[in-house]
Design a protein around this ligand. Structure first.
Ligand code: SOE
Length: 384
């Protein structure tokens, strides 16, 4: 693994737990973790159960005891590390968004395609696909339970930037993060909406805004999302919020909202689909539930009902607790590890692929292009 902050910790937990909960065809071995600060990376190795610590990612990807490289660094290093790891013969898992630009994502896909010919796999870490209720929603859509979809409504709301004194961490710098709420949160909901509907976004009209343009610089390194502020100030170079409407290839109209300024909303991802035969609604803050309205029932008894997604027949639930004993955020990373191990063992291309990651990147780029032209409709080239 390269990187050991928030996502590194979440992925580490996934790798450590997957083989203890699920019967896996291969056992993940936490060989080595890498970061630039020798003391901090050794502490991360000890805390998360990695056998060794490295301070140079090139040394890590060339280790003989490493077969899979998991990239949990800021977006500006994804392309370089992923391409080098694939060229070094390793499988790759890369945290979302796949890259900071469409060009980088294209180069990563090319490297992944060359590596696939040698039997190597590459996957993007869109972990919310692995919420059981989201996998169930996708199945229900594919089974025709809500029929043709008319509306896709998705929001991802957080509030950790509303304080103007919150320091200028890497997530607020374009050169490191690529974009702001758009790439960090918008990437998730674009991927999730395309995953659940099984259809792609073909164009968008967007607005973005940076509400606070100057913030205190970081005094040292960041921890989690935040860090200590210094006396100096610097420019915020990414969006704080992105709103966009879109069209799907299946004919649906969609609306998306991604913001870090929704006071009181901590990690509020909501998705609602309205189809000719019914609707589905999901709220990440109640992630063991999926709401379903069946329009084919008599009007007098129809209406949203809550499916408690904790039955052994539900996706991923066969190995967990008895019905009603719910899961949380961290389990999505366990499921991600499980799915990738199965893909590696069977030699099957995993999803979301780098092609899926590139498609999301194209949507993000179209959002920025549209916002720069005051919400002009911006088409997205179709992709296999
Ligand atoms: C911060 O906004 C963040 O940690 C994202 O970077 C993650 O991808 C998301 O899962 C939770 O919020």
């Amino acid at each position: 693994m390269v990187g050991y902050a928030f996502m590194g910790a979440a992925h580490s937990q996934g790798w450590r737990t997957a083989g203890r909960v699920f019967d896996l065809p291969l056992q993940p071995r936490l060989a080595a973790i890498c970061g630039r600060d020798a003391t901090a990376v050794q502490a991360a190795a000890d805390r998360h159960g990695w056998a060794a610590a490295e301070t140079d990612w090139r040394a890590l990807i060339n280790r003989d005891d490493v077969q899979l490289v998991d990239i949990c660094t800021p977006g500006d290093s994804h392309a370089e590390i992923a391409i080098a790891a694939l060229e070094a013969g390793k499988h790759v898992l890369c945290e979302k968004p796949l890259a900071n630009t469409v060009e980088e994502a294209e180069a990563m896909l090319e490297a992944a395609e060359r590596a696939a010919a040698r039997g190597q796999l590459a996957m993007v870490g869109f972990n919310y696909r692995r919420v059981p209720a989201m996998a169930l929603a996708r199945q229900m859509v594919a089974d025709g339970r809500i029929g043709a979809i008319h509306h896709v409504r998705v929001t991802y709301l957080q509030d950790w930037l509303v304080d103007p004194e919150f320091p200028l961490t890497w997530r607020l710098e374009r050169e490191h993060a690529g974009s702001g709420a758009l790439g960090d949160l918008g990437a998730h909901i674009v991927d999730l909406a395309q995953y659940v509907t099984g259809s792609q976004i073909t164009g968008v009209s967007a607005l973005t805004e940076t509400f606070i343009r100057e913030r205190p610089l970081l005094a040292g390194s960041s921890a989690g999302l935040s860090g200590a502020a210094s006396g100096e100030r610097g420019q915020v170079t990414v969006d704080d919020a992105a709103l966009f409407t879109g069209r799907f290839a299946n004919g649906a109209l969609a609306s998306f909202e991604a913001t870090r300024f929704a006071t009181g909303r901590k990690n509020a991802l909501r998705l609602e689909l309205n189809g000719e035969k019914g609707s589905l609604a999901f709220d990440l803050e109640r992630l063991n539930e999926l709401e379903f309205h069946d329009q084919t029932l008599p009007a007098g008894t129809a209406g949203f009902r809550r499916i408690l997604v904790t039955e052994p027949e539900h996706p991923y639930l066969e190995a967990w607790w008895p019905p009603g004993h719910g899961l949380g955020y961290e389990h999505t990373f366990v499921h991600q590890a499980r799915d990738l191990v199965h893909a590696i063992a069977s030699g099957t291309a995993p999803a979301p692929s780098f092609a899926d990651g590139l498609q999301v990147q194209r949507v993000l780029a179209a959002v920025e292009e549209s916002a720069a032209k005051n919400s002009a409709f911006t088409a997205i080239p179709a992709q296999e």
